[in-house]
Write a protein that binds this ligand. Structure first.
Ligand code: BGC
Length: 865
């Protein structure tokens, strides 16, 4: 038995995070035991767990998903903790030691914000030398640099994070980082160099081509730094940023997120400049919530192409996000230009769909051999055009650094269909490519923003694919900070950047849907506690709009994107789908009101439960009155309208079959192909499978011709496209105005694969997969599925396979200290064989329910043949 995945606030050994109430979690693995009978958590001030400050004792109530530490945390302090678990088979195991370290909390900053005293386009390096003459026992650097910074000590980059201090609504809060630099400090002279770049805070970013309008949050580079040193002799000292620091010009001549970077290695300005103090204040500074952004993977180009236009283009084999690192040894003055694109057109390099984003990297060589990479920009690309290279290009000199927030894959899917497997991989890559600190719509063109709608629609899939709690936690917090200054209204993009538009349904509902998804997937109420005001204030905002327009309990005002990019819109040249937007907005109004009621219930706010349930019911009735006829049929005839009616439970139970038949008929008229956009797509197959039309889900999944998910796969896609027809059958891009090849929204089909095809579902009453619902729905057009989920409680597996006689064999794994209700379709109880034995009577509470058998299983491996 081994205790793994020890996390504080869902982060491994976090330093300098905002813990609020610290919540710890862990997983017990490698055991045949079924249940935890007790656990003990000990928190100490030392690694050896000697100086214990909190001890639960052996306790039956400890929840491994989230145990809130009832201790008052001190600032700038490291806490160590460990867990002992007692299992029902007599096994006992004590974990290794994990830790977390608090930030400044209420402690004041003493360092000053400083800025270089020279023209702002060249990226500065702010430096300080300091002497150490006695042994230190610990050293910490507390840093924030704006727009972005890289921190070097004695000529070496500290840590493995990029894009610090991360991306959020800087007008509301600014994160700082803490680094443990004990090992980096030496006796003698130490040198701090902090390189500053534009990033999202300043420089060109946002909905404008103009550099000036783009300085969204500030127009000056700035640094704040405090280095705390503790010596062996018990004394301490602090090195602070102030006017005694110096500035130098770096070799980064220019750069921003969209256009890339220019690095001139020949540029030498040995002059040392002064720095000025800046009055930015400290009020906005807050301990971080952002996960570190890291180079998570490295990939090599698969080939070098000489294109018909006689250009040299690297093919990375994968649409990826990050940058290219390369080795260069070219004569002084050689100008190398890398340009990044997602697709070739007629064999040639192409990047018109990046719109105004130049997405380039220029390097001017100084004659020395060097390993080169950009610092403060990133690219979304599969192809890299290389110009100016001297001599033969060797692809071994190039490496694709895949950069995203420090999250790991948790969901795995393999089926008998290679195209479906690729679709899953594409969705996963969509997440990797767009989870760079903020969930973005796309990573390549002049946009790359935290579009709320896209994040909302993909969040369910995201939680299956990868461990997404901490990542979304920061995004949700950011959203709440934006709402606080807009009376609860949610911006279309978070952070709002300079696109200060607010309040579209389905987009703003990110405020309720994402926290709820996190809660049911990870079983930690903390997200609901943190976000409850945000969830509620969004619904309150809509209610106020509703009340101003006559309290119809419909949302009939304002601008809404509707079923964005659906194929049934009146004007095919426009991105708007054909489903009535008042219907969509009202449905989401109801859905969000319901989620507020559910969250209120979890948090014990019972008076609010009634209020928001009542509101949701009123809206439901208003929608029924307006959009359903007397016999109960939906009067809107689009796929998405049917999907939303069924998914959001707007349809009364006794009319479900009729409405579901309506969807089936609608699909038939559409030749059993997709017409849905952003709103309908995530739920289409789920609704079909959950309403007796499972075979249609598979038809839609397995269609290979346009419009379908696999169409893109057959066209060679390695990520999810923005549009169903981003690339036409002849290989030509369909549009360059708004056409990304790495847009995760339609990757939301993966949630259906996990939940319905493989059947792995979290349950609201037992969140975090403590008790799950395993309800696979096979279809013989796939011979098998193997799905696994490294859930918050441990690894679930659901595999099924058809044998040659068309019989289905199922195999499930349920992790330690978890259980599941298994529902097997189309089987007769008397014939069910579990682990090679006929089920004896009502063993495991097995019951026949219609054509299905329900069984309650504990942890273990369970095979049904
Ligand atoms: C983005 C989307 C977003 C949309 C709003 C686009 O430019 O890329 O994915 O949701 O605008 O409708």
């Amino acid at each position: 038995m081994k205790i793994i995945k020890m996390r504080t606030n869902h982060v491994k050994n976090p330093i300098g995070f905002d813990f609020g109430k610290s919540s710890i979690s862990f997983i017990t693995s490698q055991t045949n035991a079924k249940k935890q009978i007790a656990a003990q958590i000990q928190v100490a001030m030392d690694k050896m767990i000697k100086n214990i400050i909190f001890d639960t004792g052996k306790n039956k109530e400890i929840d491994s998903l989230a145990f809130e530490l009832p201790i008052e945390l001190l600032p700038q302090t490291r806490y160590y903790w460990r867990v002992t678990v007692w299992a029902d088979n007599g096994e006992v195991s004590t974990s290794d030691v994990a830790w977390f370290e608090t930030g400044k909390m209420e402690n004041d900053w003493t360092g000053k914000w400083i800025t270089p005293d020279f023209n702002k386009s060249i990226h500065p390096i702010l430096t300080k030398d300091f002497e150490i003459s006695k042994n230190i026992i610990s050293a910490r650097a507390y840093i924030c640099g704006l727009g972005l910074y890289e921190f070097n000590l004695n000529g070496k980059k500290v840590g493995d994070e990029y894009f610090t201090p991360n991306y959020n609504a800087y007008n509301r809060w600014i994160q700082y980082q803490i680094y443990d630099i004990t090992e980096n400090i030496k006796i003698g002279i130490n040198r701090v160099d902090v390189l500053l770049g534009n990033g999202w805070y300043k420089g060109r970013f946002g909905f404008s081509d103009s550099e000036v309008e783009s300085e969204i949050y500030g127009d000056k580079f700035a640094l704040l730094c405090e280095i705390f040193l503790k010596y062996e002799d018990g004394t301490q000292s602090v090195i602070e940023s102030d006017s005694s620091w110096n500035a130098k010009k770096s070799n980064i001549i220019d750069g921003n997120i969209y256009d890339g970077e220019i690095y001139d290695a020949t540029f030498i300005d040995s002059k040392v400049y002064e720095v000025k103090e800046l009055d930015l204040g400290y009020e906005k500074l807050k301990a971080r919530l952002s996960l570190p952004v890291k180079i998570k993977e490295k990939i090599k180009p698969i080939k070098l192409i000489r294109t018909p236009a006689n250009e040299d283009v690297l093919d990375m084999g994968q649409n990826m996000v990050g940058w290219i690192e390369f080795r260069i040894n070219a004569p002084k003055g050689t100008e190398i230009l890398l340009q990044f694109g997602e697709v070739l057109q007629q064999g040639n390099f192409f990047r018109d769909n990046l719109r105004s984003a130049k997405a380039e990297y220029k390097y001017i060589a100084d004659g020395n051999e060097a390993i080169v990479r950009p610092y403060f920009t990133y690219y979304g690309f599969r192809y890299v055009k290389i110009s100016g290279w001297v001599g033969k290009i060797d692809i071994k000199d190039f490496t694709g650094c895949v950069i995203y927030s420090d999250i790991d894959q948790t969901g795995y899917i393999e089926t008998s269909n290679k195209l479906v497997n690729k679709l899953f991989q594409n969705s996963l890559w969509g997440q990797k490519g767009n989870f760079l600190d903020t969930p973005t719509d796309c990573p390549q063109r002049d946009e790359r923003m935290g579009w709320t709608g896209d994040a909302q629609m993909f969040s369910g899939t995201a939680c299956f694919n990868m461990g997404s709690y901490a990542f979304f936690n920061k995004y949700c917090y950011d959203m709440m900070k934006e709402q606080e200054i807009k009376d609860g209204n949610v911006p279309h993009v978070v952070p709002t950047v300079n696109y200060r538009k607010y309040g579209s349904s389905a987009w703003g509902d990110a405020a309720t849907i994402i926290p709820w998804n996190l809660y049911i997937h990870y079983g930690d109420k903390a997200i609901l506690k943190q976000q409850f005001e945000s969830m509620k204030s969004w619904v309150d905002y809509i209610r106020r709009v509703d009340e101003k327009s006559g309290s119809k309990r419909l949302w009939s005002e304002g601008f809404h994107y509707g079923d964005w990019l659906a194929l049934d819109g009146e004007d095919p040249t426009k991105p708007y789908g054909g489903t009535d937007t008042v219907f969509i907005s009202s449905a989401y109004y109801m859905y969000s009101a319901n989620l507020v009621a559910k969250a209120a219930k979890v948090l014990g706010k019972f008076n609010l439960v009634n209020e928001y349930e009542l509101l949701a019911n009123q809206i439901k009735n208003a929608i029924r009155d307006k959009y359903f006829n007397e016999s109960g049929q939906l009067t809107l005839n689009t796929q998405t309208a049917y999907v939303i009616s069924l998914f959001m439970d707007i349809v009364p139970d006794d009319h479900r079959q009729m409405v579901s038949d309506g969807l089936k008929n609608r699909l038939k008229l559409d030749n059993n192909h997709l017409k849905t956009g952003f709103v309908g797509t995530p739920y289409l197959c789920r609704v079909l499978s959950e309403n007796n039309n499972n075979e249609l889900s598979y038809t839609l999944l397995l269609n290979e011709d346009y419009p379908s998910w696999l169409y893109a796969v057959t066209m060679g896609a390695t990520t999810i496209w923005e549009r169903w027809n981003s690339i036409m059958p002849d290989g030509m891009i369909s549009d360059t105005g708004m056409n990304s090849l790495n847009h995760y929204a339609y990757g939301s089909i993966v949630e259906w694969i996990f939940r319905n095809a493989a059947g792995i579902n979290p349950l609201e009453a037992t969140p975090g997969f403590r008790h799950a619902l395993l309800v696979p729905q096979p279809d013989s057009r796939l011979k098998y599925i193997k799905a696994s989920l490294d859930s918050a409680v441990g690894i679930y597996e659901s595999n099924w396979e058809f044998d040659d006689d068309g019989k289905v064999k199922y195999c499930f794994t349920i992790p330690f200290n978890a259980s599941a209700t298994v529902i097997l379709p189309d089987v007769v109880l008397e014939k069910v064989r579990l682990n090679n034995k006929l089920l004896a009577g009502t063993e495991y509470n097995a019951v026949q329910s219609g054509e299905n058998v329900h069984i309650e299983l504990p942890s273990g491996i369970w095979e049904f043949i």
